[in-house]
Ligand binder design. Structure first.
Ligand SMILES: [Zn+2]
Length: 140
């Protein structure tokens, strides 16, 4: 039987902050009011990050399909998925790179996927840092 958590994904967000810190990435904002309410945005990097709960957003990583009230949950989850897709499309159109991280990717065995998803953020951050540092240094 699947356990349904009605609390938000605050602890996963904290885990992600720890990952950012470990990589010395800075400049994120939380609780952004922009379209789709990404969990994090990096305004300077134009990156939006969502941390999606596997159940609510319909990841098929494990038994997240409850048998009781299956239709009810399926409708709800499908609505979330449509909303997620709309947000991704809209933000992409606004020039954001959208990164969606699944809750389960914080597990040790899925670590590689998390690394893959963080890689473009690290890259964008390094590029931005290099650009701003060379500006500060002036012509050499
Ligand atoms: Zn998952």
């Amino acid at each position: 039987m699947s356990k349904v958590r009605s609390t938000g994904n605050a602890s996963t967000e904290l885990k992600l902050i720890a990952e950012f810190k470990e990589r010395k990435i800075t400049g994120w904002r939380r609780n952004s009011k922009i379209f789709g309410h990404p969990d994090f945005i990096f305004p300077k990097l134009r990156v939006a990050v969502f941390v999606d709960g596997c159940f609510w957003h319909g990841h098929d990583c494990r038994n997240t399909k409850p048998k009781d009230n299956a239709d009810y949950w399926r409708t709800k989850i499908e609505r979330n998925q449509r909303r997620d897709q709309a947000a991704t499309e809209r933000l992409t159109a606004l020039g954001y790179r959208v990164v969606r991280i699944w809750e389960c990717e914080f597990q040790k065995k899925r670590r590689e996927r998390l690394e893959e998803k963080l890689a473009p953020i690290v890259e964008a951050f390094e590029r931005w840092k290099a650009a701003t540092q060379s500006d500060d240094a002036g012509p050499i």
